[in-house]
Design a protein around this ligand. Structure first.
Ligand code: HEM
Length: 160
């Protein structure tokens, strides 16, 4: 049973980090090659929102796996330093970033896309929403890279 919880946790980690990172680099590449607010850009933005949905489902899987392992171990893990550090970084860095990511990257653009009747070009509202999201991503990337490195160090080295 514990084994499966760990698999869920690790599958969550892989799907949380991998697909959005790849999709983000591809989006940057495509948007830099052509008009940032043309029909292709809109398709790319919609595809990226779909990847964000996968990312947030993966985060839920990562969390569910982690909680299940803590529960299965009768919460003894909570007395370990490396778990305490993981939880601290998760609460201070990851949760705030993910709340903004869901709000600015998913909910706001999806609502604006529904309001936008043209569907094949960017309304001024959509331009503003995507600019805000792009600025947020630039700001978050260093924090994410540092946090991921620390998470993997804590998971592999398990310092006491
Ligand atoms: C609050 C958040 C988290 C908690 C409570 C948590 C908890 C745990 C627990 C209990 C284990 C099992 C350790 C063992 O069997 O010895 C584990 C393994 C692991 N976690 Fe997390 N985790 C969290 C977040 C993360 C994050 C965000 C990442 C990566 C970015 C991550 C990467 C890993 C890896 C790679 C392992 C496998 C380590 C091994 O088998 O030696 N964890 N985690």
């Amino acid at each position: 049973m514990y084994f499966w919880f760990k698999i869920f946790h690790l599958a969550g980690v892989v799907l949380w980090i991998g697909p959005p990172l790849g999709a983000y680099l591809m989006q940057l590449y495509i948007l830099n090659k052509q008009d940032k607010s043309g029909p292709t850009a809109l398709i790319v933005r919609r595809a990226f929102i779909a990847v964000l949905t996968l990312e947030h489902a993966a985060l839920a899987l990562l969390m569910a796996g982690a909680l299940a392992m803590l529960w299965y171990g009768e919460w003894v893990f909570l007395t370990f330093f490396w778990i305490q550090m993981k939880i601290l970084i998760f609460c201070l860095v990851i949760i705030p970033i993910e709340i903004l990511d869901i709000w600015w990257g998913q909910i706001s653009p999806v609502l604006a896309l529904r309001r936008d009747k043209t569907q094949d070009s960017f309304s001024p509202e959509l331009v503003r929403i995507f600019r805000r999201y792009d600025r947020f991503v630039y700001f978050s990337i260093p924090f994410l890279l540092i946090s991921w490195t620390i998470f993997f160090y804590l998971a592999a080295a398990k310092p006491t």
